[in-house]
Design a protein around this ligand. Structure first.
Ligand code: ADP
Length: 261
């Protein structure tokens, strides 16, 4: 009768609430765990370049102590190469942290200017030559001739740099492809690697803050780059997506609205 029905409805409502609460609780727990993991990774990642720098300085000082003519040119070059690489890495990590706090506070400011996407892609690609050589990898460019628009050049550079550095890092030395194209309503840039790939269940989470795929726990990294990339691209009115297969490779694609003709 009516009383039973009302009771049943009330029970169903309570059950739905309980399920909802359990889900919220699990999500909160996950967020807390990510934050704790992040803090320990961050301190480790920030300390590693410093230790490497200190080691090189000690090596050079001790060669100076032993022989007054100082280290050989090759020795000096090797040390300076390491110092250069580690300082870059440290700067990158710190810039990522600054970006996260800037974006989280809603202070990401875009400065659009007339530019051409394929030439930006070529420029970033050239910058990657030493890194590609070190990884034993290569980069194939497939660039559409004219992809003009108004975008924040530095921020777009940052996104392409992040995608390429991930492709090198997780690419297992296999060739990488960088493609630009013009579609009806948007322009597209994609970076394809033949690397470790990403498991299905990790795909959705990659663009979240602090998230890193299970398959790459031994590569090191903050898990911030893709989150920052997504924030930048979405602020530009575009979107960023990934297709991947574990053990086969990944393709990250950026789409930006095409400017009115
Ligand atoms: P980071 O590489 O510093 O950890 P990112 O935000 O750039 O942070 O990437 C987040 C995670 O996405 C990485 O930890 C890695 O698990 C995964 N990932 C990103 N790019 C690739 C790729 N090209 N191939 C496989 N996994 C990737």
């Amino acid at each position: 009768d009516a009383r039973d029905l009302a009771l049943a409805q009330e029970l169903a409502r309570q059950a739905a609430l309980a399920i909802d609460n359990a889900r919220l609780y699990r999500e909160a727990q996950h967020a807390v765990r990510l934050r704790e993991e992040f803090l320990s990774i961050a301190s480790h990642e920030l300390k590693t370049p410093i230790s490497a720098l200190q080691l090189q300085v000690q090596i050079l000082l001790s060669t100076l102590d032993r022989s007054p003519s100082g280290p050989s040119p090759e020795r000096l070059r090797r040390s300076l190469d390491t110092v250069d690489r580690q300082v870059r890495r440290q700067t990158q990590l710190i810039n990522d942290l600054l970006d996260v706090s800037r974006i989280s506070a809603g202070r990401l400011q875009l400065r659009p200017e007339p530019m051409e996407l394929s030439s930006l892609a070529r420029e970033v690609a050239e910058r990657f030559e030493p890194e590609l050589a070190r990884a034993g990898s290569s980069l194939q460019l497939q660039l559409s001739s004219e992809v003009a628009g108004q975008w924040d050049r530095l921020r777009l550079d940052q996104v392409v740099t992040n995608l390429l550095s991930n492709a090198v890092k997780y690419g297992r030395g296999n060739p990488i492809q960088l493609v630009t194209s013009v579609e009806d309503s948007h322009v597209r840039l994609s970076v394809k690697d033949g690397g470790i790939g990403i498991a299905e269940e990790d795909l959705k989470r990659l663009f979240n803050r602090f998230e890193r795929a299970v398959s790459e726990r031994n590569y090191g990294g903050f898990g911030l780059g893709l989150w920052i990339a997504r924030q930048i691209i979405e602020a530009m009115g575009g979107r960023i997506q990934v297709e991947s297969q574990l053990g086969v490779g990944s393709t990250f694609t950026v789409e930006l609205p095409r400017p009115p003709a």
